[in-house]
Write a protein of this length. Sequence first.
Lengths: 356, 325
Amino acid sequence: MERQFPIRQIMDEQGRIVEHEYRGQITEELVMAMYRHLIRTRTFDRKCVSLQRQGRIGPYVPFEGQEACQVGSALALEDEDWMFPTYRDHGAMMTFGRTLTQTLLYWKGRTEGCIPPQGKKIVPPYVPIATQLPQAAGAAYAEKRKGTKNAVIVYFGDGATSEGDFHEGLNFASVFNAPVVFFNQNNQYAISVPITRQMKSKTIAQKALAYDIPGIRIDGNDIFAVYFHTKQALERARNGEGPTLIEAVTWRYGAHTTSDDPSKYRDQEESKRRRETTDPIMRLERFMQREGFWDENWANDVQERVNAEVEQAVAEMDRYPSANPEDMFDYVFAEPTWTIAEQKQAYMEWKRGMEG
Amino acid sequence: MAEITMIQAINEAMRQEMERDERVIVLGEDVGTNGGVFRATDGLLEQFGDQRVFDTPLAESGIIGTSIGLAVNGFRPIAEIQFLGFVYQAMDQLAAQAARIRFRSAGRFTCPIVVRSPYGGGVRTPELHSDALEALFTHSPGLKVVMPSNAYDAKGLLIAAIRDEDPVLFLEPMKLYRAFRMEVPEEPYEIPLGKARIVKEGEDVTIISWGATVPLVAKLAADMKAQGVDAEVIDLRCLQPLDIDTIMQSVEKTGRVMIVHEAVKTNGFGAEIAALISERALFSLSAPIVRVTGYDTPYPVPSVEDDWLPNAARIVEGVQTLMRY
Ligand SMILES: Cc1ncc(C[n+]2csc(CCOP(=O)(O)OP(=O)(O)O)c2C)c(N)n1
């Protein structure tokens, strides 16, 4: 199966292009955009880990190491497409249009952080594993029924492939020939459980065979492989050719969440080794150096601009008016039922009594 | 006697039962090498090996379904659902299958499994990690539902649950896992399922609670005593079977009842208790029953959860209302 589903690269670890047919599409403009987003997501992610340590946001889910998967796939989308992310995919969300401040507010435990940005079809991140897959199939089927050219991307981890919803989502999408891309980030661990204990299958891509849809296995740290293969899958979807399963093989450097201690279940030397050999940002830098796109001053400027943007978002979060608990009664129904209306009233009276 | 936390008591109960009975096995997500995300199963893999303590694939329906098969075929599985909010994925296996094996086979097959799961709020978790869903299971005939509030009870109840011949849902308030230590005997002991505990005796008002809210209620009752209200506090410990006698005796004595639970109000287990009291002791009541509970909304985001949860002020106000009668 590993032979039938090889890990495809367009650029190798040294930043060399190995699939020459893509050369013409790799423009300087595209590369610079990719680099900017990679730096932006990594800088933001590290900032969040440090904000969590300072107690300025709540428990946080880091994605460092997986930036190429998230940035590359999100850049492949068209504005009108749908995104169904998980709790780890804020890198993809911020690349597709969610603001940094919104993301910070989400991790601060604020409802405002869940609200999709105006005009963007970004569904609030999913916390239960794999739940989003059948829903993405449904949203995609709706686009097909409406006769649009819009497609859907849905994210999930390696652990998610064990849930029934993974299989139901793929099967429904296959049966309905729905325009959806199932984008798997195989970071090889589900909290503490390594993929070898999650499944006996040698690849995740091979699971597509069972649903008779294309399955492809790519190097998730090669942003070109992620971008171009996602784009092709989205094109297929738009052309009425149905769903695709993409397995992007990657690695999370850090903990599962800031509450997790990875030294309990794996040797963190492995993360160190991967950082030095297969890092997605380092790889793109190598490519740029090789191709003569690299400009130290420009890169410093990118980093400085990103730092300023992140700091500004943090300042905005800090300035945000404190949460209004009355909000928790709203949006349960279009019209509150009488128990909710009554409880809200009682809550407000009680709160006024407490304050006055 | 050693002073230990609730999480240590839970760990000790499983370890001792595994030492006693080799049919007892532990399975779930991250329960092996990691020792559970809250460390409930810490050290069990090292002591008992990977034939008896094992990580499963990430699938709650699979965890419970497999446990049912193992139980029907002679094992005594302790399955962990990592957070109670993810039990929805396993609802068919639990409520429609585990609950009914004995019934459907007229007693030929039984399903002695324990499903442990952390639940409850106040610890700033993401969405769906905090829900108190006990009423879903008290509404599923065939399941026992146990909800301890301290280390001593947790150990004795978990041992009883493991030895029980029927499926038991064992719901652990995660806020209390390490909240306080308590003297717990080192040897194994059982607390029978279906026996409530009177936390504090009193004459004026009965406060019934379970799980996460019990320590708060107990503390408030002690404070109220100084202000001249003598509350009796009952920790149900087990909702199914329910210790109706302890409830009725107390209600007949005080004539005033408050029920405190973290779950949403409508159709919460408090509604069942209120109905039982009105069926059996209506004329002993001198005041309408008061419920202090979560609101009828999904559990909110962490920034406002403290306002959602039943808190001291709402409980005290409820008692004052009762005492006006
Ligand atoms: C239905 C469900 N079960 C359990 C959990 C607890 N949990 C959160 S993340 C996680 C591991 C997920 O692993 P994977 O799908 O590989 O994604 P990753 O976190 O590595 O991105 C688990 C078990 C959950 N959120 N939802």
